[in-house]
Ligand binder design. Structure first.
Ligand SMILES: [Zn+2]
Ligand SMILES: [Zn+2]
Ligand SMILES: [Zn+2]
Length: 166
């Protein structure tokens, strides 16, 4: 058994639930993906392995994984809850591209320290924080620049034609 499986088993037993092949499979699929999965995404992956597993089972198991500290919820502002690995994964924050949905993970010790200092200043006890920066990624910015350039070329082309016509 892996450490994660043991953590999960302990949690289920504490809750008076049984270890099932379905739950094991869901855990396994979750651990194999280094992504920010929604319950839907995980359901689709699990379905490929075992079509008898229902969506509710996947959803409930994800909740169990979160309670057990194996998964954590992340929200990217699209109204969908995503889940990522939590166990022995260092805390990080996210930049989200509003054009293509790309997610960039980053960690800044300085930023974290400033947040802690701010909380302390307000005598605020932090239990969790989610920092989400929305913007346009490098690739989309390049694509947008290219589109602008093409647009500008069309513009000069039109001017030249009209100049020649005169
Ligand atoms: Zn952070
Ligand atoms: Zn993008
Ligand atoms: Zn992440």
């Amino acid at each position: 058994m892996t450490e994660e499986q043991e953590v999960f088993l302990q949690h289920i037993q504490k809750k008076g639930l049984k270890r099932t092949a379905q739950r094991d499979l869901i855990l396994d699929m979750f651990l194999r993906t280094e992504e920010h999965l929604s319950s839907e995404d995980l359901y689709r992956l699990v379905q490929k392995q075992d079509p008898t597993i229902g969506q509710t089972t996947v959803y409930r198991t994800l909740k169990l994984l979160t309670e057990a500290g194996l998964a954590r919820e992340v929200r990217f502002g699209d109204g969908v809850t995503h889940y990522e690995h939590n166990y022995k994964h260092q805390h990080h924050d996210h930049m989200i591209c509003s054009e293509c949905g790309r997610i960039i993970e980053f960690f800044s010790a300085e930023l974290e320290a400033i947040q802690d200092a701010m909380a302390a200043k307000h005598r605020f006890q932090v239990t969790q924080h989610l920092l989400r920066i929305i913007g346009i990624c490098a690739e989309c910015r390049r694509a947008l620049r290219e589109a602008d350039k093409a647009q500008a070329l069309v513009g000069t082309g039109a001017k030249q034609t009209s100049a020649r016509a005169r």
